[in-house]
Structures are given as structure tokens and as C-alpha cells.
Design a protein around this ligand. Structure first.
Ligand code: NAD
Length: 267
């Protein structure tokens, strides 16, 4: 505990000294909102390895048969549970507060749950999209779920939904395994990575690529950068010498403590 407090204080000093700090987040930051991660001790894939195989097959299935995919979606259950009714937790709110007090410039999240937006984060890049939105596969235009009456399309045998702009096939905005990252999102994330001199990496196993390249490319750019991990368990970023240090613990506890320490040091 003493060690954790010292590391939080070290991270707070790094934040105060940084010119351009950004945060990268993963499924771990949302577990305290009741949304399971994939690879943590109670993760969806840890408990059901078959779910991992299904997830990897999903994109190919969508491309081969978007109509069948959308029809199945009506009757299937999300592996992430009741995401729509979930609320941001103290970790999401702490990141939003760091942005609000001017210490954090951007959050790049792998999460598809929309909780950073609900928490009030303004400069947000949803690297893997948002499952509450839709996206045209041809022109990348995003739509709100409410823009389409899916039940009516199902009833009239008109699935998959089509883009009102270009007529392309519309899928959920959430990026599936094997699906390319939308170009604009990838470019903006690279830009933020190039600009930052402090990267806070919160609640990710850091094994999903290309997202996991971001800390690697920040480290190999040759510029002076501090990379801090906040995670329940060690990740390859530590053993591969990418991160400078790990604050081991829950993001819902460590991040608010970091905000409190920053405020104390600023007085
Ligand atoms: P992951 O499941 O691979 O790893 C989560 C990591 O967070 C683990 O190391 C775990 O120990 C840690 N963790 C769990 N709870 C924590 C907590 N309270 N505090 C700190 N650490 C905690 O997740 P990932 O690296 O984000 O990769 C999974 C992929 O699946 C992502 O690309 C994401 O798009 C998707 N996903 C999203 C959600 C979501 O939107 N909430 C949920 C599950 C998976």
C-alpha cells in the first residue's frame, strides 16, 4: 500500500510536469461499472475460451452474410451484458476531471461501451468504435442507433441496413476482431501518440493490436516520454521495457487517488 501511494505521487508529479499528457484505456477501466473484460481473472474469455473463437469469427461472418448477422443479433445476447444501462465509475470520472483541470489532453479508448463520453470526457478517440452507434462500411459515416428502425427492417426482410448517403452496408460501429481500424481514428491516434510526453495506460492487457502498437511507437520514437500503467496485473508493456512503471490496483481507486494527489501538490 505504501508502495502504491508512492507510485501515485510519482505519477502525479509526472502529470504536473508534462506538456501533453494522454490516456489509453481498455476493458479493465469498465469492469467496476459491471461490464466484464475479456482476459482479466473474471473475463468473458477466461471463463469461456470458446467465446474467443466466436469473436474472431464474427467479422468474417458479417462480411460473408451481413443479413444473417443482423438477424442473429436480434435474438442473441451481448457478451458484455447490460452495457446500455451501465454508468461511468470513479475511474472514468477521474480521467474526465484530469481533462477538465487541463492536465490531460485526450483519451484514446479501446472500449466500445460509451462510458467515457457519459463521464464527460471531451477529446475522446474511440479506437474500436462504439456499440451504441452504427457505421457504413463503405464511406465510414456514423449513425445513431435510433436513425434506423431495425425491428421494421427485420419484419420487412430489408436487413442489413443501408447507408442513407452511399447505399453501403451498415454495421455496428464497434470494430470486430480482424476488421481494419477506421482510417481517421488510426491517424488521429498516431498523431496524439506523436505529440504526447506522458502516456497513462489504464486497464488493458495491452495485447490487442494495432492498439498495443501505440505505446510501442511512443517509446521507440526517440523522444523523452514517461509511460505509466495502471492495471490490476502486470502486462507485457512492463516486461518488454515499454512502460516506466506500473501502479498495480483498480483504476476506480487509483485514478481518483491520482486526481487528489495532483490537487494536493498544486496547492
Ligand atoms: P482485456 O480483457 O484484454 O484486459 C483487461 C485488463 O484490465 C486485464 O489485464 C485485467 O487484469 C485488467 N483489469 C480488470 N479490471 C480492472 C480494474 N478494475 N482496474 C485495473 N485493471 C483491471 O481488455 P483490453 O486490453 O481492453 O482488450 C480487450 C478488447 O475487447 C478491447 O479491444 C476492447 O475493444 C474489447 N472489450 C471492450 C469492453 C468494453 O467496452 N467495456 C469490454 C470487453 C472487451
Amino acid at each position: 500500500m505504501q508502495e502504491q501511494r508512492e507510485l501515485i505521487s510519482r505519477a502525479a508529479r509526472c502529470l504536473l510536469a508534462a506538456r501533453y499528457a494522454i490516456a489509453l484505456t481498455g476493458a479493465g477501466i469498465s469492469t467496476e461499472s459491471g461490464i466484464p473484460d475479456f482476459r482479466g481473472p473474471s473475463g468473458v474469455w477466461t471463463k469461456d475460451p470458446e467465446a474467443e473463437r466466436r469473436a474472431y469469427a464474427s467479422y468474417d461472418r458479417f462480411v460473408a452474410d451481413p443479413k444473417g448477422w443482423w438477424e442473429d443479433r436480434f435474438f442473441g445476447k451481448s457478451v458484455l451484458g447490460e452495457v446500455a444501462s451501465a454508468s461511468p465509475n470513479a475511474g472514468h470520472l477521474a480521467l474526465a476531471e484530469l481533462e477538465q483541470i487541463g492536465l490531460l489532453k485526450c483519451v484514446i479508448t479501446q472500449n466500445v461501451d460509451g462510458l467515457d463520453e457519459k463521464a464527460g470526457t471531451r477529446r475522446l478517440i474511440e479506437y474500436h468504435g462504439n456499440i451504441h452507434k452504427l457505421r457504413c462500411m463503405a464511406c465510414d459515416t456514423r449513425f445513431a442507433m435510433e436513425d434506423y428502425d431495425m425491428a421494421k427492417l427485420l419484419e420487412e426482410d430489408m436487413l442489413p441496413p443501408k447507408c442513407t448517403g452511399c447505399g453501403g452496408v451498415v454495421k455496428t460501429d464497434g470494430v470486430m476482431f480482424g476488421e481494419p481500424i477506421p482510417q481517421k481514428v488510426a491517424l488521429e491516434s498516431d498523431e496524439e501518440t506523436r505529440k504526447c510526453d506522458l502516456m497513462l495506460i489504464c486497464g488493458t492487457s495491452a495485447v490487442v493490436y494495432p492498439f498495443a502498437y501505440l505505446p510501442h511507437s511512443a517509446r521507440s520514437s526517440g523522444k523523452a516520454i514517461t509511460i505509466v500503467e495502471i492495471n490490476a496485473e502486470p502486462t507485457p508493456l512492463g516486461s518488454e521495457g515499454i512502460s516506466d512503471f506500473l501502479i498495480q490496483g483498480k483504476t476506480g481507486e487509483v485514478l481518483p487517488a491520482l486526481v487528489a494527489e495532483v490537487k494536493r501538490l498544486r496547492k
